[in-house]
Design a protein around this ligand. Structure first.
Ligand code: PLP
Length: 259
């Protein structure tokens, strides 16, 4: 059966990240993609010029309207923008029984904030405990814990365990920001910690990698794969998408990956 995957995230009109990347990744991984837009950004490959959040009641209504008609096999959460949206999404999720992949989007690659600073605590307290898999990059993991970002595998493991203690079922710590070496991710669960390795592709075109990985992961969970197998599949998919990024010719900044 084709899994129905719901992305709740922000729009990137340049097509590289956010909802647009989610729809491409879910489709390429064999899912049926649905998308609730929580925020609009104005951006290109050079940076984010601004964003505005959708009214919380409208975000709630979009999710409830889908829920009332369509079977939802997995949910991916990306950019939510502010604390009111975080609270609204957390409330509605209480009425839906589907695994949630939570990508705690906080700052775009170019350094622009995509989540208000005062919303980080709400995300940690209300949404992290609802996540089947939390997918922070190293700066996001640090921000959620109020610590400096991990610089090596050992501190990645420690921070992954600390995030697990916040109540999610698994943490996929993404090592893309590690200073050197392979692109190593860790999948941390109550049972064990598994290292996922891949060769690092040298490209500046990595816009949308977090969105793409979390959407591929949600699609695999929705298809019924166990977290570790879903993580391996998502890692293989994002590796191929980054590997093919330079075949695109999109903008003059940090371009998107290719699905
Ligand atoms: N969501 C939206 C709407 C964005 O605009 C961005 C980055 O610009 C992200 C998420 C995070 O992007 P990435 O997948 O590159 O971490």
């Amino acid at each position: 059966m084709i899994p129905n995957i719901l992305s709740i995230a922000g729009s990137d009109p340049s097509g590289g990240a956010g909802i647009q990347a989610d729809i491409k990744a879910i489709s390429a991984n064999g899912g049926y993609a649905m998308a609730v837009i929580a925020a609009l950004t104005a951006q290109n490959t050079r940076g984010v010029r601004g964003f505005t959040v959708v009214a919380p009641d409208m975000v709630r209504s979009q999710i409830e309207t889908i829920r009332d008609d369509i079977r939802i096999d997995a949910i991916k959460i990306g950019m939510l923008g502010d604390a009111a949206i975080v609270r609204t999404v957390a409330e509605v999720l209480g009425t839906i029984d589907a695994p949630v992949v939570l990508d705690p989007v906080m700052v775009a690659k170019g350094g622009d904030r995509l989540l208000a600073e005062e919303a980080v605590a709400a995300l940690r307290d209300l949404l992290v405990p609802r996540a089947a898999i939390l997918t922070p990059n190293l700066p996001e993991a640090g921000d959620l814990l109020g610590r400096a970002p991990a610089q090596d595998i050992e501190s990645m493991r420690e921070q992954g365990e600390a995030l697990l203690a916040l109540g999610c079922k698994a943490v996929m710590m993404k090592g893309g920001h590690l200073p050197r070496g392979e692109a190593i991710d860790l999948l941390v669960t109550d049972d064990d910690t598994v290292e996922l390795e891949a060769p690092r592709t040298n490209t500046k075109n990595t816009h949308g990698t977090g969105c793409t990985l979390s959407s591929a992961l949600a699609t695999a969970l929705g298809a019924g794969f166990a977290p570790i197998e879903a993580a391996r599949r998502a890692k293989a998919y994002i590796g191929a998408a980054i590997g093919a990024a330079d075949t695109l010719s999109v903008g003059s900044g940090n371009g998107p990956v290719h699905h």
